[in-house]
Design a protein around this ligand. Structure first.
Ligand code: BTN
Length: 326
């Protein structure tokens, strides 16, 4: 793509002006074509200064999702090998599933700047305004179906670690895999198995993170927050996506080596409410006890007056004893 060639050229001359003439000779196109593409890049959020005498200088890349910027930020070997980035999709999970059925590679990533029908766990809708990170990854790992649920636990650990690394922000995991800050949800994960696990072995891991937008853009009934609300400024969504994919790739490799105990320990280190009195909601039923930890499969272990009980994430919800989200 000509735009990417221009960026590549400008990037090779940091903090210097490169004349339109030189770029056009190098890329074998007219100066008018260069000028036109520079305008498109500016619309995409690239800050490019143009001086009639000296030419063009790349000052800043966009904070919004951009394929060129994201590819440059990626340090992974498999996740993000193929990237589909759309301005708008109904749901990145739905698109990722379609691509997976057509045979996409392990590590295919699908992103959208806006989702019109974002999907959450337990058949809920997922608010997905512009400025969020709405991303799905097609995984074809060397894991059995029984171990597939561990991928969502692994993804929550990866998100917490990426936030710590990029923003020195310590988030927590609310069982099973919500990511929270001071009890308010900032990210969620939706894992969906595609087709016959035994033959195809494909999972779509959907990751939704409330990033560069004010909290008011989300349903007021949700106990949610956004990174913008916490930090007070916008961050680079491309670096965030790349950071999460890096940590996720490491987690997937660990799982493939059957390092399940390590995952459980990492998850527990980052968990909210561990060792505290909690309530488990199963429909109308409320079960109280002490949150003891998770089993190797990710089920919640509760110490109740009637002994230890375990709960599966698909059936119940966790609340702190006093009723907050966490
Ligand atoms: C949850 O309920 O906590 C899970 C939310 C998962 C949302 C993400 S956003 C990217 C991907 N596409 C979707 O439609 N859902 C997931």
């Amino acid at each position: 793509m000509l735009r990417h060639q221009i960026l590549h050229f400008l990037e090779q001359h940091p903090e210097k002006y490169v004349s339109g003439e030189r770029i056009s000779q190098q890329l074998n196109v007219t100066r008018a074509a260069i000028w036109k593409q520079i305008q498109v890049l500016k619309e995409e959020g690239f800050e490019i200064e143009g001086q009639s005498k000296n030419g063009y200088c790349l000052l800043k890349t966009p904070l919004a999702l951009n394929e060129w910027v994201l590819k440059k930020a990626l340090t992974t070997s498999s996740l993000g090998r193929e990237i589909t980035l759309e301005d708008e999709l109904k749901s990145t999970n739905v698109r990722a599933k379609e691509l997976a059925r057509k045979g996409s590679v392990h590590g295919q990533v699908v992103l959208a700047r806006f989702q019109s029908l974002g999907r959450g766990r337990l058949q809920r809708a997922w608010d997905s305004p512009r400025g969020g990170l709405w991303m799905s990854v097609v995984l074809r790992p060397n894991l059995s179906l029984a171990d597939a649920s561990k991928l969502t636990l692994a993804a929550s650990v990866a998100i917490v670690d990426a936030f710590e690394e990029l923003f020195s922000l310590r988030l927590k995991i609310k069982w099973p895999n919500d990511v929270v800050y001071n009890g308010l949800k900032i990210a969620g994960i939706l894992g969906e198995v595609v087709g016959e696990w035994n033959t195809v072995q494909t999972m779509i891991l959907g990751i939704g993170i409330n990033v560069n937008f004010p909290r008011e853009q989300l349903n007021p009934l949700l106990n949610a927050t956004t990174l913008y609300e916490i930090l007070g400024y916008e961050v680079d969504l491309n670096s965030l996506a790349a950071g999460i994919l890096k940590h996720l790739e490491n987690q997937v490799l660990c799982l493939e080596k059957r390092a399940f105990e390590e995952l459980r320990a990492n998850w527990s280190d980052r968990a909210a409410g561990l060792g505290e009195e909690v309530k488990i909601l199963r429909g109308e039923q409320v079960i109280q006890g002490i949150f003891k930890g998770i089993t190797i499969d990710g089920s919640l272990l509760l110490e109740t007056d009637d002994g230890e009980k375990s709960f599966n994430a698909g059936d119940v919800q966790l609340r702190s004893k006093v009723g907050q989200y966490f």
